[in-house]
Design a protein around this ligand. Structure first.
Ligand code: NZQ
Ligand code: ZN
Length: 391
């Protein structure tokens, strides 16, 4: 096992009705004026925004609002948020929504502490020097951004989607009421379940790890698989919503990577290019490329894929390690189909030309500085092959 640092400063307030505590949580930080940041309208339709406003008023916290964050959140909205915060003297940002809203919130927080071009923080030219304190009221279990150190933004021109990692942007608190996720369309619930699984799978397919980390990871993945299936038929099942929501946070707060040789995250990087070019939902994009990635790298880590097949996917061991490993991959793809998720780009609804595939691979390689992956180091040619296999 490798040395590791595990840092999770986010206070979690979990369960029914917890959104009523939001105002008191903001007030307890000592901040005086909040920006309530939200998406394209679901929080207005569900009445959540009004509840949050009432909670802030009751706690004596002044606020301004900025909605309009879209999935694959845009830099232009981040810049609008930075200007608004400066103008209004905002000292706290409250994200009410999912990963896109939270990431936009983190980017505004970083941008307020960065003198130059905010995109520098995403292109890798600069690192965040600070972040305005932020909190989250979560409405979808998916990205894990409510506890993660990560933030992913898309530049409007050219559709370049890039991430920025820093512990400075970890939320001060995350309010998580599983009931709030019951208004999600089934497609978004399914996208979320895929993303949650992927955050642990990206950490699982590496070499050296710890038994305790493996056991936590396998338990987490089995829990998500089982409860995602429940939600397919019974989307208002509170316990299943709760299991998936908590799994979403634990999957991406670092817990399932402790002691390992390093994250893979190749599937994520391949997906981010698809999100940038075609504006697809993140979880669906991951499902569309994962099988092609897995079959491309399976021979690098046959024992790991075999263990995954048996312990997570419930596959009966086959005649050879390789056969068992491949059966585990096929089983996961069956799960994606069951959830209404794609297993290739055609099913995802995009049909990139050969030129676009070459662009995706080139941009992905550029974005990672040439090579990526822990299961297998992938260069631009490898990325091209995986995109082609996913057609
Ligand atoms: O915008 P509104 O109207 O709120 O609608 C959203 C959006 O259309 C809707 N929604 C959310 N909660 C709802 C709801 N609709 C009804 N009822 C509710 N309770 O769902 C749609 C998707 O929302 P979004 O925030 O985009 O989803 P998600 O949480 O999956 O976030 C995706 C973004 O997070 C990034 C992705 O790349 C993508 O840009 N990620 C961020 C990570 C991080 N910061 O750690 C890690 C992830 O790997 C991921 O890359
Ligand atoms: Zn993800």
């Amino acid at each position: 096992m490798k040395n590791f640092t595990y840092y999770t400063p986010t206070r979690v307030i979990f369960g029914r009705g917890t959104q009523a505590q939001t105002g008191a949580l903001v007030a307890a930080t000592g901040c005086k004026k909040a920006l309530i940041h939200y998406g394209s309208g679901s929080v207005i339709r569900t009445g959540l925004l009004t509840q949050i406003e009432d909670s802030l008023k009751a706690a004596g916290v002044a606020f301004v609002e900025l909605g309009g964050v879209v999935p694959n959140p845009r830099l232009s909205k981040v810049l609008e948020g930075i200007e608004l915060c400066k103008r209004e003297g905002v000292d706290f940002i409250l994200a009410v929504g999912g990963g896109s809203v939270i990431d936009s919130t983190k980017a505004i927080g970083y941008g307020l502490h960065h003198a130059g071009d905010t995109w520098d923080l995403f292109s890798g030219r600069a690192k965040p020097a600070g972040c305005l304190p932020l909190g989250v009221v979560l409405t979808i279990a998916a990205s894990g951004s409510e506890m993660s150190n990560s933030c992913v933004i898309t530049k409007d021109e050219g559709g370049v989607k890039r991430g920025c990692k820093s512990d400075l942007g970890r939320p001060v608190f995350a309010v998580m009421n599983p009931e709030l996720t019951m208004t999600l369309p089934d497609y978004q619930t399914a996208c979320g379940c895929v993303d949650i699984l992927m955050h642990t799978m990206e950490r699982y397919f590496t070499t050296g790890t710890m038994e305790i980390t493996d056991s936590i990871a396998e338990g987490l993945m089995r829990t998500v698989l089982a409860n995602a299936k429940v939600l397919r038929y019974d989307p208002d099942n509170y316990d299943a919503r709760a299991e998936v929501m908590w799994a979403g946070s634990l999957s991406h707060n670092g817990l399932t990577g402790c002691g390992s040789d390093g994250d893979d995250f190749a599937t994520h990087k391949l997906e981010h290019e698809l999100g940038g070019m075609f504006d697809v939902a993140h979880g669906a994009g991951l499902a569309a490329v994962w099988g092609s990635w897995a079959r491309y790298v399976v021979d690098e880590l046959p024992l790991r894929f075999e263990r995954f097949a048996v312990k997570v996917m419930g596959v009966e061991p086959r005649a050879s390690i390789r056969e068992t490993a491949l059966a585990g991959i096929a089983e996961m793809e069956d799960f994606f189909r069951f959830m209404g998720m794609p297993t290739n780009l055609r099913e995802l609804g995009v049909g990139p030309t050969e030129e676009q595939i070459a662009t995706l691979a080139r941009m992905c390689a550029e974005g990672v500085g040439g090579r990526m992956g822990a299961a297998k180091r992938l260069d631009e040619q490898d990325m091209l092959s995986i995109y082609r296999a996913a057609l």
